[in-house]
Ligand binder design. Structure first.
Ligand code: A4P
Ligand code: MG
Length: 159
């Protein structure tokens, strides 16, 4: 089993319901969810779209990275996501933040996720569920969050 962290984001439809449905679906595809953050309300990047709810979970899985990504895309599709512009509005976005200690760069998959360190909407929920250093990055989410600041993110409610 490998420890993974997955970021969740939603800014269309029933945002909290989408996050909760995605966590339930993770269990069904073979990711045992060990910890879950609160839902955080975060300003959208770029700004011309509705605000997001973001969250993060830690899980254990025996799925290899590529099948895990395929499973996440399957959940996104099942929850109504259809291809749209990059960084555009979506009912659900599921990103692999890290996968064990793996460092991977392929055309389809970059692990750890390349934009963790600059985004409060990832770091704030992640800091709630992971105290120690992030794999590969070697620094804690809280330490990185002290550098970025909250960027308007606010903790909303339990997932
Ligand atoms: N991909 C590569 N590495 C990964 C990974 N570690 N995890 C590839 C997941 N996918 C990964 O993703 C595009 C492609 O990235 C995938 O096909 C996969 O092969 P996508 O989910 O289809 O599109 P996207 O989410 O628009 O692109 P991307 O690059 O994942 O965007 P980000 O960086 O996730 O940003 N503002 C707020 N407040 N909250 C948000 O959650 N999210 C985004 C998306 C922008 N602004 C936001 C938020
Ligand atoms: Mg994504």
């Amino acid at each position: 089993m490998t420890r993974v962290a997955i970021a969740l984001g939603s800014n269309l439809g029933d945002r909290l319901g989408n996050l909760r449905a995605a966590v339930a679906a993770l269990e069904e595809v073979g990711v045992a969810v060990v910890r879950r953050s609160f839902a955080w309300e975060t300003p959208p990047v770029p700004a011309d779209q509705p605000p997001f709810l973001n969250a993060a979970v830690l899980g254990e899985t025996s799925l290899p990275p590529a099948p895990l990504l395929a499973a996440l895309k399957g959940i996104e599709h099942a929850l109504g996501r259809r291809p749209g512009r990059r960084w555009g509005p979506r009912p659900i976005d599921l990103d692999i933040l890290f996968y064990g200690d793996l460092h991977l760069e392929t055309p389809d998959l970059t692990i750890p996720h390349p934009r963790i360190a600059e985004r409060a909407f990832v770091l704030a929920p992640l800091s709630e569920i992971l105290e120690g250093p992030l794999p590969v990055l070697g620094t804690s989410a809280l330490h990185l969050l002290e550098r970025t600041g909250l960027q308007g993110a606010r903790r909303l409610c339990a997932l």
